[in-house]
Design a protein around this ligand. Structure first.
Ligand code: ADP
Length: 469
């Protein structure tokens, strides 16, 4: 795992997301601050306009503004910004213009003036050469329609203070946002690094694990979090892998061993036959023996192929409804034939019918394995009981014998591949030690299981449980 990449991506992503968030918040702050500052300016501007309007009423009625500049100076303690004043007649003629305007005019339009009813005012921002941006109020000085003097007062206030204020805020934000994002990114980098350290350790110890040495395990960090859980899961996965690997290795070794024995016999007998001229009777007997070994090899290869297909999950099952009663009675007949030599009695106990979904041919193979084993291990004169019943929503098929039984220490291993309780004897009887493992695999493919009960000297009962639909 490229944890450095992960670390960088998390820290960088965090910083990026926060930078965007800060920028949005900063933008909001800037907007609201500029609105507040402009609002304050407007309130002050309106106060001044009212005040100028008051002292201008007299001159406006008299139509004489000659001494208004002095009057304003006398009455006002307003600073420079309060004295940018222009007074207009109703028709828009300039009646008075304060000195500090130095001949320049505060902007207005006839439509603007016409739109202002008595006592109404309008505020906007204007740019004036030499003065920069100004906030300008234009207010109608008339108190009532058709009464008193008609004049408009215009007062302007430079916005330089407000703008300087906002510039300062912008500078602060422009410095603080990247710095904040950087610090958070650095913090994230550090924290992610610390959090991912155990992952780095896992990666290092995982590198040491090889297919030929699956005994190694990851060190489990005592972090009490997902990483600890992950390493535990990986370790149990390794355990599982080791077990399966070992099982597979043993299976291949056993299979090779099983193939070697008949091949050795074939080779040996052929060599003996070739050493001298022989009677045709002798050739026939050697060929018959060779045929037996070839047949054994063919049977073994067929079973191995079946198992390997099943292991790979590639076996094509032909699932159809299967009636178990006719299947079992058919097997009972076959068992009868097999049992003849040993003078065995085959008993069928199947009163009820049970229909399941399954692969009839494979189920027949499974049961035939069990019957074949029962016959092989029975004592002469004994009974073989084939039964069918329904229990707990399942069909139970029993194959019981009164034979030698299975020793308790062999019992857990009889389903292992190539396991035979008595290797030499079973082999001479034609067994491969694969019958029960194949049977078990078929049962599992039908979502069923095989249970065994056995007592040495008394016999064994193999029960196949299959779920009913
Ligand atoms: P095989 O094909 O050699 O018979 P199986 O896988 O069918 O091998 O059986 C594995 C071993 O289980 C046998 O070698 C035998 O020792 C034991 N076994 C199976 N069925 C019975 C039985 N009915 N009675 C006693 N032992 C049995």
């Amino acid at each position: 795992m490229n944890w450095r990449g992960l670390r960088f991506r998390i820290a960088f992503g965090l910083a990026g997301v926060l930078a965007v968030l800060f920028a949005i918040l900063g933008g909001g702050l800037y907007l609201s601050r500029s609105r507040v500052l402009l609002g304050d300016t407007d309130v002050a501007l309106k106060g001044r306009a009212d005040w100028i309007e008051g002292i201008a009423r007299g001159p406006a009625e008299a139509g004489d503004f000659s001494s208004f500049q002095e009057e304003m100076k006398e009455h006002t303690d307003l600073g420079r910004e309060g004295r940018v004043v222009q007074i207009l007649s109703e028709s828009g003629r300039v009646l008075f213009r304060s000195e500090n305007l130095a001949g320049a005019s505060l902007p207005f339009t006839q439509t603007e003036l016409a739109g202002l009813r008595p006592c109404q005012w309008a505020i906007r921002t204007v740019s004036l050469a030499g003065e920069g941006r100004l906030r300008l109020i234009t207010q109608n000085g008339r108190e009532k329609e058709g009464e008193g003097a008609a004049y408009f007062v215009q007062v302007a206030m430079p916005l330089d203070q407000v703008e300087a204020n906002l510039r300062r805020l912008l500078r602060t934000l422009a410095g603080a946002i990247p710095l904040g994002a950087f610090l958070i990114g650095a913090g994230g980098w550090f924290l992610v690094g610390r959090t991912l350290k155990p992952v780095g350790d896992i990666v290092r110890s995982a590198r040491l694990i090889r297919v030929d040495d699956l005994k190694r395990r990851l060190e489990i960090p005592k972090t009490g979090d997902e990483i600890e859980e992950l390493s535990r899961i990986l370790n149990s996965m390794l355990g599982e892998l080791e077990l399966n690997f070992e099982r597979m290795r043993r299976f291949i070794a056993d299979a090779a061993h099983e193939i070697r024995t008949p091949l050795g016999i074939l080779l040996g007998e052929t060599d003996v036959a070739l050493q001298a001229d022989r009677q045709s009777e002798e050739y026939r007997s050697i060929l018959e023996s060779n045929r037996k070994e070839v047949a054994r090899l063919a049977g073994l290869v067929e079973r191995l192929l079946f198992l390997s297909h099943m292991d790979a999950g590639q076996w094509r099952w032909e699932m159809r409804p299967v009636s178990l009663r006719p299947l079992l009675s058919d097997l009972a007949e076959k068992a009868g034939l097999l049992a003849n030599d040993k003078d065995l009695r085959v008993i069928l106990e199947a009163d009820q019918e049970a229909v399941i979904r399954g692969d009839e041919m494979r189920l027949r193979q499974l049961l035939l394995n069990l019957v074949d084993n029962a016959v092989k291990h029975s004592r002469p004169g004994g009974r073989i009981i084939l039964s069918l019943s329904r229990r707990d929503g399942q069909a139970v098929l029993g194959v019981e014998d009164e034979g030698a039984g299975i020793r308790p220490e062999d019992l857990p291993r009889i389903f292992d591949r190539f396991y035979r309780a008595d290797k030499a004897r079973e082999r001479s009887r034609g067994g491969y030690g694969l019958g029960l493992s194949i049977s078990q695999a078929i049962a599992q493919a039908h979502r069923g299981r095989i249970e065994v009960r056995s007592k040495v000297g008394e016999g064994s009962l193999f029960a196949l449980w299959l779920p009913l639909p």
